[in-house]
Design a protein around this ligand. Structure first.
Ligand SMILES: Cc1cc2nc3c(=O)[nH]c(=O)nc-3n(C[C@H](O)[C@H](O)[C@H](O)COP(=O)(O)O)c2cc1C
Length: 350
């Protein structure tokens, strides 16, 4: 059986748009694109409910991993990305959306979304829509010897520069070095933490049932245990065995040698509303990059570990809270391809 290309799948999907259907039918159709958004560990922590011409976006807390994301920060960022995909898809079919975020002030209901009038999509919006179907992730290291154009990085920075979010692009070698070093540190810390946890689990006696009156919640226990591993590792920064220093130096070098560029997406506040906005901006810049062949790899280790996150803020003098750290570049297959200009993308899709 012949397999369909991404473009064919996407054109086939579009034909199903319920032009004569109810508002609920249209909203349900658009959700098909929202759920293609990237999410942390592919957890897809969203729950969309459609009723009476309204989408309610709920956070699915059951997807949480308490040790690495106790505040549910990354889950909420993922839902923001899905929300952005929804907006991009709506524009493709000629609709504006009215989005009310955190209407009850609690992250369980993240957004209420309604159709809000019609307006034909611009070419740029159409191109971003088609990028939804492109494959995003490139495993490290990026090997292509091809630079991301400065003009694109400027454009991504402008897109990210909102009341809620900002983008730091590591253009200078000193900044690249700092970030790469912290990524390598974070990588090793997480691996060691994982190993220690496994060893402790293997050596531990059968679990004791928690009593009802135990004051520590499961969340607190998980956080304390996860943080303990990492903290003990970070404290050992300066008495590190030679073998570990070599591992760190190697992984740092592979990041700094690459033509791919390190960028940090951050927020001015550190709250569920900002995380949701970070997810929206994240999806927007990823789709814009994808539209011209630029892929991303997530390198979030230093953002996930509080000690390294603070170091990142201080060493780079960042204007707020880093939320997502990305490596942006071209896949190896693009090495010899001509640069994909917006015009070429238009030719491919429109
Ligand atoms: C908030 C957020 C954090 C993420 N963190 C990581 C990460 O630390 N490492 C990683 O490889 N991918 C990360 N991802 C990417 C997802 O793992 C990826 O989108 C998902 O697994 C789907 O894979 P695909 O894009 O290849 O289909 C993250 C995505 C989001 C939205």
């Amino acid at each position: 059986m012949a397999t369909l290309s991404n473009t064919q799948v996407c054109l086939q999907m579009e034909e199903g748009f319920p032009t004569d259907g109810s508002t609920d039918d249209k909203l349900k159709f658009l959700i098909q694109y929202a759920i293609l958004a990237p999410s942390v560990r592919n957890s897809q922590p969203w729950n969309f409910r459609v009723e009476d011409g309204v989408i309610r976006l709920h956070l699915d807390r059951s997807r949480a991993r308490r040790t690495t994301d106790p505040e549910l920060r990354e889950l909420i960022i993922s839902c923001g990305a899905a929300l952005q995909h929804l907006c991009v898809a709506a524009r493709r079919f000629g609709f504006n959306l009215e989005v009310e975020t955190l209407p009850e002030g609690k992250p369980s209901l993240l957004a209420i979304v309604r159709l809000d009038g019609k307006k034909k999509a611009t070419e740029d919006e159409t191109i971003m829509f088609y990028a939804i179907h492109k494959w995003l992730n490139v495993p490290q290291p990026f090997r292509a010897k091809k630079k991301v154009p400065d003009a694109l990085l400027d454009e991504l920075s402008r897109m990210a520069n909102t009341d809620n979010t900002w983008l730091h692009v590591a253009r200078e070698s000193a900044g690249r070095d700092t970030i790469a070093g912290l990524i390598a540190e974070g990588d090793l810390a997480q691996k060691k933490g994982e190993e220690e946890r496994k060893q402790q689990a293997a050596a531990a006696p059968a679990p004791i049932k928690r009593r009802k009156q135990d004051k520590r919640s499961i969340l607190q226990i998980d956080v304390a245990e996860g943080a303990g591993h990492i903290a003990s590792y970070i404290q050992s920064f300066f008495k590190r065995p030679v073998g570990e220093s070599k591992i760190i130096a190697r992984s740092k070098k592979s990041l700094t040698d690459s033509e791919a560029v390190l960028v940090i997406l951050g927020t001015h506040e550190n709250s569920p509303a900002s995380w949701l906005a970070a997810g929206q901006t994240l999806a927007a810049i990823l789709l814009r990059g994808l539209a011209v062949g630029v892929r991303a790899s997530f390198l979030n280790q230093p953002v996930q570990l509080p000690e390294l996150r603070n170091k990142l803020i201080e060493d780079l003098d960042l204007p707020g809270y880093p939320q997502v750290l990305l490596h942006l570049g071209y896949p190896e297959s693009a090495q010899n391809a001509r640069s994909a200009s917006p015009d070429q993308v238009r030719e491919e899709f429109i």
